[in-house]
Design a protein around this ligand. Sequence first.
Ligand SMILES: [Zn+2]
Ligand SMILES: [Zn+2]
Length: 333
Amino acid sequence: MRPRYIILSLILILFMSLLSAQIVPDLPGYKTLKCDFHMHTVFSDGLVWPTIRVDEAIDEGLDVIAITDHLEYVPHKKYVSTDMNASFEIAKKKANNKGLICIHGAEFTRWMPPGHLNALFIQDGNKLLIDDFLPAIEEAISQGAFILWNHPGWIAHQPDKVVRWYDIHQTLVDRGWMHGIEFANDHEHYTGVLEYTNKFDLATFGNSDVHGIVLREFLQKNNHRTMTLVFASEKSEKAVKEALFAKRTIALSVDDILAGPEELIDQFVNACLKIDGYTLTNLSEIPYTFMNKDQGTYVLEPLGSLILPNVDNWEITNVWVNKNENLQLQLGQ
Ligand SMILES: [Zn+2]
Ligand SMILES: [Zn+2]
């Protein structure tokens, strides 16, 4: 290798290491895993081969991905197999022994209602190709699937981007057939989701739903993709599945908006912050924005420090715990 190429390689490695591994703290008893449970490949309407999804996730320092190609929408079928397990099998083979957990998933792709739903931890995607919606979900459930409602405020489904709860979603919840909802998808987020995750005790998600290349769609402008933080007892597929059904998840959008159940997110934010009187130190790479109606807004940068005015009541405006509610921070106690 010529010196010029060695230098170029070193620059590339440095660049990739800067992109990778957002620092996020663990919680007592749990590892914080960086996960993306929604992405596409050429086996549906994505633009990359499944192994690229594995390489991208490893480069970015993710712990878990799910390959979730559309079941009912396969626009490249003239050129690639329509075997609904193919993309997972190819990705899983590549991920083996590389420290990345690769989960078998698929995306039910229906008009609203019910919209799009991911089935995660499935056994056989081909058996999910059932025309009637509820029998299709029932088959996924019989395979042990976790069912996630995707992008409920997506403009193609809801032109005003309002999250609406239809009878079919109530039916799914009543039967125990829906377990989570995406708060953040791609470059969007929907605070209205939190009304339903709180009301029906569902897990909160953020996922990339990437179709093209992660570098172009996310990393050229932001330092990470939209993802879900999962608090698992260990880094294993079994522990991730347990954590999802136990709703130990927080959505992290591409623009650093966090959302999840209040108790869990309060615990996580307090693990990110070192608080000494009115001096805050950020131990994480997630920025936080504090607002007090009399004092204005202050931003605590990733790994930075900040002295707030001596006022006790602050809202963290990039952390959502309900539809119209940010997490509160009490200082001076
Ligand atoms: Zn979708
Ligand atoms: Zn999708």
